[in-house]
Design a protein around this ligand. Structure first.
Ligand SMILES: CC(C)(COP(=O)(O)OP(=O)(O)OC[C@H]1O[C@@H](n2cnc3c(N)ncnc32)[C@H](O)[C@@H]1OP(=O)(O)O)[C@@H](O)C(=O)NCCC(=O)NCCS
Length: 189
């Protein structure tokens, strides 16, 4: 018998002070390919290859719709509230085989350093609680991704050991000693 927590339906769109998080649409593909195709973004992620393959953004967006419908993942395009059609980054919650929820995210380089991902991650993690009540929500970063670690801490995650992280944009292959974070809002206060 499956021990997976049951799902609660959540709103398709999340709002923060400055951001709108909505399901990605086909028209987002060029922005996604351009921004995720930036080596400065891809090299810090466990999911984005570099060079970014032709057609990969279109495929990812189509899959995001299928995965949402199947209850496997919630993928959000991150947009500024005053430009809701323009994707500037992405945040994703995906269910793992163990029933935990894993959080992944990236922001286009022109928007770094304004506190935007801290807003997006806080909203997505809270949505993850509704999506999979009781499930452990985790994330990992490369050891030297201090900005991402700070984003997680500000959003209510705490460090819980280390693990191995895929690094598809790096020639070195997997990254060891990658800090693991779990969502425990309030625990660090
Ligand atoms: C990491 C990333 C998500 C951060 O997004 P962002 O919107 O720039 O982050 P924020 O501005 O919300 O917060 C960054 C925090 O890290 C801090 N920070 C940034 N660089 C830092 C550094 N080198 N050392 C210490 N702190 C640093 C900032 O000061 C800020 O903390 P503060 O609000 O307490 O001052 C973004 O740079 C990105 O997408 N990078 C590439 C992909 C990636 O790393 N994805 C995450 C994979 S785990």
């Amino acid at each position: 018998m499956s021990s997976r927590p049951t799902s609660t339906r959540i709103d398709e769109t999340l709002r923060t002070e400055r951001l709108l998080l909505r399901p990605p649409v086909a028209a987002d593909a060029p922005a996604m390919a351009r921004l995720a195709g930036d080596e400065r973004v891809a090299r810090w992620t466990a999911a984005i290859p570099h060079p970014y393959p032709d057609g990969a953004a279109e495929e990812f967006i189509a899959e995001a719709g299928r995965r949402r419908a199947a209850g496997e993942a919630l993928v959000f395009a991150i947009c500024l509230k005053d430009a809701p059609d323009a994707l500037i980054g992405m945040v994703e919650l995906r269910q793992t085989d163990s029933g935990a929820v894993e959080l992944g995210y990236w922001l286009g380089q022109p928007w770094w350093g304004q506190g935007l991902m801290s807003e997006a991650v806080a909203a997505a993690a809270a949505a993850g609680r509704l999506w999979r009540p009781g499930a452990l929500i985790g994330a990992h970063t490369f050891p030297d991704n201090v900005a991402s670690q700070r984003v997680l801490e500000k959003a209510g995650f705490i460090r819980r050991g280390t693990g191995t992280c895929r690094a598809p944009a790096r020639a070195c292959g997997d990254v060891e000693n990658a800090p693991v974070f779990v969502y425990e809002p309030g625990a660090g206060e």
